[in-house]
Write a protein that binds this ligand. Structure first.
Ligand SMILES: [Zn+2]
Length: 302
């Protein structure tokens, strides 16, 4: 009976892992040292954060939620006696921007792009604190003691205030949500401007990095993962365009489009048609979500 129960629990767990494949993954959390003083915290539920140990204290990127942030803090204490001093957020979404209170209690200074800040003020969530400072523009270069961190705002791509974090010396980027390696785009492609995402990925490709840390799925990757994520979108767009040209019934296109090059990717069977619906509608109706970006002095990376 005990064994049966064990088997049942294991089966349930496997079913859960399969269903969410990298997004809400249940696993043991762990800390991975990526390079000297730079760590990835791989959370228990499919979210990955980064922390950097500098001579001015620890810099945290992505608090996620209270449970994740508490574990992250414990993990930080396990590798350094330096206090946590700075907290960064990648974008506005509740599922990434929660848990700030855990660090606020320590007197940490938090920073987010102003676009995300405005949204966070207007759309409160019980687990989300509005960070204490915001920044504007396209690039912000910060020196924290012996570490240099660059914040690159990726404009209208995914969510609001979408920022990629670049460590020039370590040649490392932290990318939230825009890319999940080895997996098609998340379900119905929520809050992605499709061509904006392609442009944002190209902007990341223009940075001089070798290692990429991703907020979901396989936490570490390379330039190749970044390029493949862009090519996947462009391949789906090309396949949809080919069906438009053939005159295929609009309602059928999401079910006839296949991109076999990616069939080994997670959730290919379940989500490809959702991805196609979303990418096709963007091509048919025009890009959405879209916003006028009046405060940009000049376009990023162009
Ligand atoms: Zn998001």
């Amino acid at each position: 009976m005990k064994n049966l129960l064990k088997l049942f629990t294991r089966t349930l767990l496997i079913a859960f892992l399969f269903a969410f494949s990298g997004h809400l993954l249940a696993q043991e959390s762990k800390v991975m040292e990526i390079t000297k003083d730079v760590y990835c915290f791989v959370g228990a539920h499919g979210y990955n954060s980064v922390f950097i140990v500098s001579t001015k204290g620890v810099i945290v990127i992505e608090p996620v939620n209270t449970a994740h942030a508490k574990e992250l803090l414990k993990a930080i204490k396990g590798v350094t006696s330096q206090p946590v001093k700075y907290l960064h957020y990648s974008h506005n979404h509740w599922d990434h921007a929660g848990g700030g209170e855990v660090f606020e209690e320590l007197g940490v200074k938090s920073l987010v792009h102003y676009e995300a800040m405005e949204w966070m003020k207007e759309n409160p969530h019980k687990d989300m604190r509005v960070p204490d400072r915001s920044w504007a523009g396209n690039i912000k270069k910060i020196t924290y003691g012996d570490k240099k961190l660059e914040l690159h705002y990726l404009r209208n791509s995914h969510g609001l205030g979408m920022t990629v974090f670049f460590l020039p010396k370590e040649k490392l980027v932290y990318i939230a949500d825009l890319i999940t390696p080895d997996r098609v785009i998340f379900s119905i492609v929520p809050d992605f401007n499709i061509n904006g995402t392609v442009r944002a990925i190209e902007a990341i490709e223009a940075l001089n990095f070798e290692t990429a840390i991703f907020s979901h799925g396989r936490y570490i990757g390379t330039r190749k993962d970044v390029t493949m994520a862009r090519e996947y979108i462009q391949d789906v767009q090309a396949a949809v365009k080919a069906e438009f040209a053939k005159g295929t019934n609009f309602m059928e296109i999401p079910y006839v489009v296949k991109v076999p090059k990616y069939e080994h990717w997670g959730m290919y069977d379940k989500w490809l048609s959702y991805n196609v619906w979303r990418i096709m509608l963007d091509m048919y109706m025009g890009p959405y979500p879209w916003r006028y970006e009046p405060n940009l002095q000049k376009p990023a990376f162009e």
